[in-house]
Ligand binder design. Structure first.
Ligand code: HPA
Length: 273
C-alpha cells in the first residue's frame, strides 16, 4: 500500500475513535469564514497538530482544526483552516482534508473561500456560487503516483460542481432573499495578490473571481467521487478594478461584515442538501 495512503488511514482511525457519527457532509471554511463552526452543536474539535500525519496550518484567520458535530440537524465534518499551495505543502497535503472526509464516509463537500471579484457586475461582499473553475496556472495537486483507492489516474471534470447541489443553493438563496452570483473561479498560486494585467488576462479567459485555494481540493474531490458545492465570498474587487491596493486586512474585514448572511445561507443549504 502507498505510504501516504497508509498514513492517511492512520489519521482517519485517530479521528473515528473520537467522533460520534459518520459525517454526511464535509465543509471547508475559507479565510475569515471560520465562524460557521460556531453554529455546530455537540462539537468535537481536533487540532491538526494532534492528528497523526496531519500538516499544520499557520496563517491568521485559519484556526487549524477539524470540527465535527451537528449543523442543521446533519452530522458534518468541518475543516477550519486549510492548506494552501503558497504555504509550500506537498501536493498530497493540500487536499488531505477532503480525502479525510471521503474516508470518513462523507458523500459531498461544501468548499468555501474568499475571492477577488473579476466580474465588474459583482460587489465587495457578494456571494458567488462556483459553476466551474480554471486551475491550470499551477501544477496539479494530484501529480505523482495515483492512489487507486481514491480513483483512476485520468478522470472527468465536466460536472465537478454538482448540478443538484447548485440547484439547491439557488433555491435556498431565493427563499432567503439573498442575491447570489454565479461564476467561474480562477486559481492563482499566491501568496501575492494578482497584478492588474493578470486580472485582465483572467477576465479574457472567462474568470469571474480569483483566489488561492479550492481548486486543488475540488480536483481531489472529483478524483475520489465526492460531490462539490463551491461558494466564494467576494471580499474585494480583484487587482486593478478599483483604484486601490489590496490587503489581507480588507479580505478579513469584508468576510467579517457578511458573516451573518453567509452563515445563515450555508446553514440553510446544509439543511436542504
Ligand atoms: N485574489 C486572490 N485571492 C484572494 C483575493 C484576490 O483578490 N481576495 C481574497 N482572496
Amino acid at each position: 500500500m502507498d505510504k501516504y495512503y497508509e498514513n492517511l488511514l492512520e489519521s482517519v482511525e485517530y479521528i473515528e475513535k473520537r467522533i460520534k457519527d459518520v459525517p454526511v457532509l464535509g465543509i471547508v471554511l475559507g479565510s475569515g469564514l471560520g465562524m460557521l463552526a460556531d453554529k455546530i452543536e455537540d462539537k468535537i474539535e481536533l487540532d491538526y497538530k494532534d492528528i497523526p500525519n496531519y500538516p499544520v496550518s499557520t496563517i491568521p484567520g485559519h484556526a487549524g482544526r477539524l470540527i465535527f458535530g451537528y449543523l442543521s440537524g446533519k452530522y458534518v465534518a468541518c475543516m477550519s483552516g486549510r492548506f494552501h499551495y503558497y504555504e509550500g505543502y506537498e501536493p498530497n497535503q493540500i487536499h488531505i482534508g477532503v480525502r479525510t472526509f471521503k474516508l470518513l464516509g462523507a458523500k459531498g463537500v461544501i468548499i468555501t473561500n474568499a475571492a477577488g471579484g473579476i466580474n465588474t457586475s459583482f460587489n465587495e461582499g457578494a456571494i458567488m456560487l462556483i459553476k466551474d473553475h480554471i486551475g491550470f496556472l499551477a501544477p496539479s495537486a494530484l501529480r505523482g503516483p495515483n492512489i487507486e483507492e481514491f480513483g483512476e489516474r485520468f478522470f472527468d471534470m465536466t460536472r465537478v460542481y454538482d448540478r443538484q447541489y447548485l440547484d439547491t443553493a439557488r433555491k435556498v438563496a431565493k427563499k432567503l432573499g439573498i442575491d447570489v452570483k454565479e461564476g467561474v473561479y480562477m486559481f492563482f498560486k499566491g501568496p501575492n495578490f494578482e497584478t492588474p494585467a493578470e486580472i485582465r488576462a483572467a477576465r479574457i479567459l472567462g474568470a469571474d473571481a480569483a483566489g488561492m485555494s479550492t481548486v486543488p481540493e475540488v480536483v481531489a474531490c472529483s478524483h475520489c467521487g465526492l460531490k462539490v458545492l463551491g461558494i466564494s465570498v467576494i471580499t474585494n474587487m480583484a487587482a486593478g478594478i478599483l483604484d486601490k491596493q489590496l490587503s489581507h486586512a480588507e479580505v478579513m474585514e469584508t468576510a467579517n461584515r457578511i458573516r451573518k448572511e453567509f452563515v445563515e445561507y450555508v446553514e440553510a443549504i446544509v439543511k436542504e442538501l
